[in-house]
Design a binder for this molecule. Sequence first.
Ligand code: N01
Length: 554
Amino acid sequence: MTTSTDTTVDAVIIGAGFSGLYMLHKLRDEMGLRARVFETGAGVGGTWYWNRYPGARSDSDSYIYGYTFDQELWESWEWSERYPECHEIRGYLEHVADRFDLTKDITFGTRVDSATFDESREVWTVTTDSGETVTATYVISAVGALSASNTPTFAGGDSFAGPTLHTGHWPHEGVDFTGQRVGMIGSGASAVQATPLIAAQAREFTVFQRTANYIVPANNGPVDPEVKAERLKDWAGIRERIQNSNFGFELYLQEKGAADASDEEREALLEDFWSRGGFHIWLGSYADIFFTTEANDLVRGFLDRKIREKVDDPETAELLVPKGHPFGCKRNPLDSGYFETFNEPHVHLVDVKSNPIAEITPTGLRLTDGAEYEFDALVFATGFDAMTGPLDRIDIRGRGGTLLRDKWEEGPRTYLGLMSHGYPNLFTITGPQSPSVLSNMPVSIEQHVDLVGRIIADLRARGARTIEPSKDDEDRWCDYNQEIAHATLFPTADTWYMGANIPGKPRVFLPNLDFVGPYRAKCDQIAANGWEGFAIDGEATPASEHVYTWAVAG
Ligand code: N01
């Protein structure tokens, strides 16, 4: 039993979002370990503690946007809409924390500054911004993939005199834009969700768009009570299906390629997916759209037409039609009235690709051609330093005192996206080079938490002290990851998947493309083969070929 002041524990968990909460429950309640969680926010929720901008909600269907590890927990919660809104998700996570009495082992309002591996004692020393030092055998990073917000640096810095907001850490009391002139930089998923709601309040609303996105309808709303009741009863079936799916959704890519379907057939299928809303048209679509430009262009043509149908002004429509990247290789946002918002006379779209932002000014901003825009409030919907950013912001030192961010200077280096050589007993839940952001996150989170639980239980059963990947298998995993990514169109797009949104960030594909089910099967086989690819107390078991075999291609 831990207390929130213990300075020696079995495990330190960094973050109290979906990952950290389940990790605490797993280690403490299921395995009897002493664990402490440190969380920067004043409450549970992780990403969902901070993302409270208007319209913030998950793009995953609510019935699968939660834990499945406990049937009673599954049956104890009812979502109100198809996609859960941010406050409801926080409410759900508070419900989970209450149910398992988790908060007593969470230290809130406290950031982990550093984690240093002591080679002689084989323990980690963790320090926090409150001055605490804790020693732990295991450190589990549950910091999330999209939690380090990105505010681009512009000339003029923070000279804007009015309120400057970032969607990724929105004021908890909310913001009233009534009667204001509001500028928003960015047109990704957060901007797409916030636009209709901010525009509804603002007197003038201007979106500064660098890259147009393929945005598909969400079709949010209440869920048919009968469907809800069926799902509530089908806990085991849904759990089994999403765990073995491609992306953690009940969506399956078409066997037939877009290029093999007749025009009528393709049109009918895409129209059906479009009308259903959500990720059908992306993750239930033709598999060849991820591999060939020819197939991708066929679906793009359909989507381009849809945008032009929704937007009245042809010039604005033209700007909103994505150019220069394939559909599906940049995260497509879900829309609840985004395009239609630009039909309102007080809403404006400004292209900052051809005419970039030159400077932030006390009254607004100036573009490269000298055009000036004035606002009462400025919103940065400029996203995150994805996947590696949250880890880079902590001083993590492994063997030889090497900083993890230095080791990852040219891009993340991991085995399975779970561990990095030279950092024994440090686990990264949904870390870079795991399926992570290419899936419905709770599914991948549960899989990684369960895996970490199995690894730790096995180490303890053997009386072993440490586990870390072998250098050889880490190198092979990194090469394999890039190889499979480059067999697809993903690397052709400038996206945060590629680190392309952060100036100076190495251009490498960050997640893993094994897909959820095959990746899970791979991890299970690795466990069955005695943790191949890992060294336990320095003794390595080389990974066999199945680890570097891509089921998706088969
Ligand atoms: O961030 P983004 P986001 N000058 O990186 C622009 C998840 N999410 O917060 O595309 C001008 O997508 C940038 O332009 P470009 C989801 O996975 C999930 O919207 O880089 N513009 C882009 O338009 C999502 O993908 C949900 O050219 C600049 C925007 O800012 C991820 O979070 C809901 C700029 C950033 O878009 C990130 O979404 C919301 C500059 N210097 C988000 N720098 C759920 O469903 C950046 N931009 C759970």
